[in-house]
Design a protein around this ligand. Structure first.
Ligand code: AMP
Ligand code: MN
Ligand code: MN
Ligand code: MN
Length: 278
């Protein structure tokens, strides 16, 4: 039997546009049977999503997506099935929230130079729940007609090396994995191909992740093509990790079909869901 699983999604508690309740209802409408809400550096939407999932008969797994510094690169580590009341988890998330605010203030200063005044306050208005992300600054750039869409805002201003990029002091990989496992959860390396690493560096990243206690990697992220899935499956087996799958859904406007067309993990690969349910 093929179960539809989505273990990576966002709500308006980070940079998504739906409320946790709307997200769960949407997932249900797309046929998702197992769902996790994984907002960036936050677990604030989890209870609402969990309650709604119960009424919709969607099986729900708590989650978050931590922003992490590995070497000189920003990566994402998803934590699944964690105790969201864990004190150290809360402390680390508070710390990340502080890092976000500091970074947002610095991004705003850089945008001021470009000609956008009060970008911090403007971005904050888009951040429904006070967690300011780069997509919120992208909105400001689009509003003020500096760019025509999100991609261009990143390409011209917000990504590494561009005018308004600010290096955030995110937690390290060891802290991220320890925080997740310390809260009883499992650490999953998010979208490994999104970091644009050389093959050697990608192997280093996965080897470090495994060595520090990571459990799984996302072999399917959004509408991943088959060849990427098989390359990542091979890496999964090479490093004795299990496989995860997630749409990385943020909003209906951009990716309305991300959940509907989410692929299944190949039969011969152990899934993180098996471990969570074990
Ligand atoms: P932040 O955690 O504030 O640095 O924001 C990261 C988020 O920005 C990611 O989770 C994506 O949702 C979004 N993002 C990153 N790069 C791009 C890009 N090139 N185009 C569109 N969105 C992006
Ligand atoms: Mn995001
Ligand atoms: Mn991510
Ligand atoms: Mn994500």
């Amino acid at each position: 039997m093929l179960v539809k699983i989505d273990l990576h999604t966002h709500s308006y508690y980070s940079d998504g546009t739906l409320s946790p309740v709307e997200l769960v209802r949407y997932a249900k409408s797309q046929g998702i049977e197992y769902l996790s809400l994984t907002d960036h550096d936050s677990v604030q939407g989890v209870i609402q999503a969990q309650n709604e999932a119960e009424s919709c008969q969607v099986k729900f797994i708590s989650g978050t997506e931590l922003s992490v510094r590995w070497r000189n690169i920003d990566i994402h580590i998803v934590g699944l099935a964690l105790n969201i009341d864990d004190l150290n988890l809360r402390k680390q998330l508070d710390n990340q929230a502080g890092v976000r605010i500091e970074r947002a203030i610095e991004i705003a200063k850089k945008l001021e130079v470009v000609g956008i005044s009060n970008a911090y306050e403007k971005a904050k208005r888009y951040a429904k729940k006070n967690l300011i992300t780069r997509p919120h600054f992208a909105q400001v750039l689009i509003d003020e007609q500096y760019c025509k869409n999100m991609q261009m805002a990143f390409k011209k201003y917000l990504k590494r090396g561009r005018t308004a990029f600010v290096r955030a002091n995110w937690m390290g990989m060891q802290t991220a994995i320890d925080t997740i496992t310390g809260a009883g959860g499992m650490a999953v390396l998010a979208h490994p191909l999104r970091y644009k690493l050389t093959n050697t560096k990608l192997n280093d990243l996965i080897a470090d992740f495994k060595q520090l206690g990571g459990e799984g990697i996302e072999i399917i992220s959004g509408l991943s093509p088959i060849n990427e899935i098989s390359n990542l499956s091979a890496l999964c087996q090479k490093y004795d990790l299990v496989a995860s799958v997630g749409s990385d859904f943020h909003c209906l406007e951009k990716t309305p079909d991300a959940m509907k067309y989410l692929r299944h993990i190949p039969n011969d690969i152990e899934t993180i869901l098996d471990r969570i349910l074990a």
